[in-house]
Design a protein around this ligand. Sequence first.
Ligand code: ATP
Ligand code: MG
Length: 561
Amino acid sequence: MDEASKPLNFIEHIVEEDLENGFPKEHLRFRFPPEPNGHLHIGHASSICLNFGLGLRYNAPVNLRFDDTNPAKEEKKYVEAIKSDVEWLGYKWDKECYASDYFQQLYDWAVSLIEKGKAYVDSQSSEEMAKQKGTPTEPGSNSPYRDREVSENLRLFEGMKNGDFEEGTHVLRAKIDMASSNMLMRDPIMYRILHQAHHRTNTDWCIYPMYDWTHGESDYIEQVSHSLCTLEFAMHRELYDWFLDQVRNPAQVRPKQREFARRNLSHTVVSKRKLLRLVEEGVVNGWDDPRMPTISGLRRRGYTPESIRNFVDTIGIAKRDNLIDVSLLEFHLREHLNKVAPRVMAVLNPIKLVIENYPEGEEEWLETENNPGDETAGTRKVPFSRALYIEREDFREEANRKFFRLKLGGEVRLKSGYIIKAVSCTKDENGNIMEIQCTYDPKSKSGSGTEESLRKVKGTLHWVSIAHAISAEVRLYDRLFVDESPDSHKDRDFMDFVNKESLKEITGFVEPSLKDAKPEDRFQFQRLGYFNVDFDATPEKLVFNRTVGLRDTWAKIQEKT
Ligand code: ATP
Ligand code: MG
């Protein structure tokens, strides 16, 4: 669906109202403002689609702004990862901006606030300041430094900037109201001393502006018209507005902050801090591990940008926090992969099957469709021979009439091939079936006659020819957490709910057409699910990830329990 024909969400209603009230359409501008302290996750996708979606709907520019005010946690590698994730999701930003580019301007404004008596240097310890904060129901008390002379404040603030003081000795605070009912308005900190190099400004600064002071002013510098953030910032809006009032030129656009609900996904965590723990404690193999809810993890798992955008569109923008079931994300993934993923045959739990009346040493190449739902997808040939692999689960010595797969004395069709009949099987000394012996009906070849002239059997099995198949490493994933909402338990750490069996590596066999498959190529392994080629694959060794099963087996399990 194109952007303009989608129904309006509540944020878009706010924009519409502003336009109706005379806000000039050409002044609309949006931004997506990540802190470069980790990789983006599925929650961020909501914010990305919202902001860039507004840009598309109103043909307005959208900035990618890095809110890089915390050198202790931020790194250049995260900047690069974020850019590549936003691009992969299919969005183009207008300007690439950094709050750190505004450090000088922010400093100059801070000086002007001091001059106007609206900011002061506080030289107490953070413990002392905390004691004066008050509580939501009791007012705070003033700092003994609150009425420092402007000249002393200027001198100290400059000293802070020049590196004359140790960390923690002074902070710059806005002088607002220690009795405000909004705790955030009780003389919030604007600057702290941090003798730490920044990934962009290096050692130019040893004071760093706080997020609240930086964020709104950055919006203003960029002339962002609508500054959209998540609900935890609702109480910050008053401060956002206060800071703007101190610096704003009335001829310029005044950014408007509005809040929407954070998106949470079931069976995972969406917080960079928590995801970082999974990485650092080795629970997963990096930020892009296919079990991670990061954009890079979903990408590596085989998700398509379209499926993520469709999911985000479906859940929409909400005013209240809630938990979205991950099976909805998987539903959108299947929907899209069903359309675009070519069908191929692979056997993941093989058992050997020998067709005793098929000539030894002979092979034939059978034509098969690449995607029955898409005529333009064409056909390919798969090799057939006397010795095949089928799935172990597809054979039973005895089974009731509802078992439409292969059993002794029974018949099935081999996909795009012949009808076979199981005659006998051989076992090892422990009773495990090692081989199935069959006969085939040479007149039953798929596509060799009219629909009517061909015999019909109930079951169709996928298979590969042993002599032609390629062995591949296949990584099977399960949910990363065994709990629906691992970080919502009061007295438990979310790490307690990690699923210890979320990754299983097996060797499977795939048809030879996959020989040259490249990382990120996606396939449907017939009857098994969707798989993609992992970045670890080499020309010598194929590696696949199971992206998602064909059906939502999870939902069924949940119903039963
Ligand atoms: P995290 O807790 O994962 O670190 P964050 O809010 O600190 O998240 P930012 O880099 O500041 O991460 O986020 C950039 C933008 O994405 C912000 O506007 C933020 O509100 C939004 N965002 C972050 N997480 C979510 C989420 N789960 N759902 C919707 N929007 C989100
Ligand atoms: Mg944040």
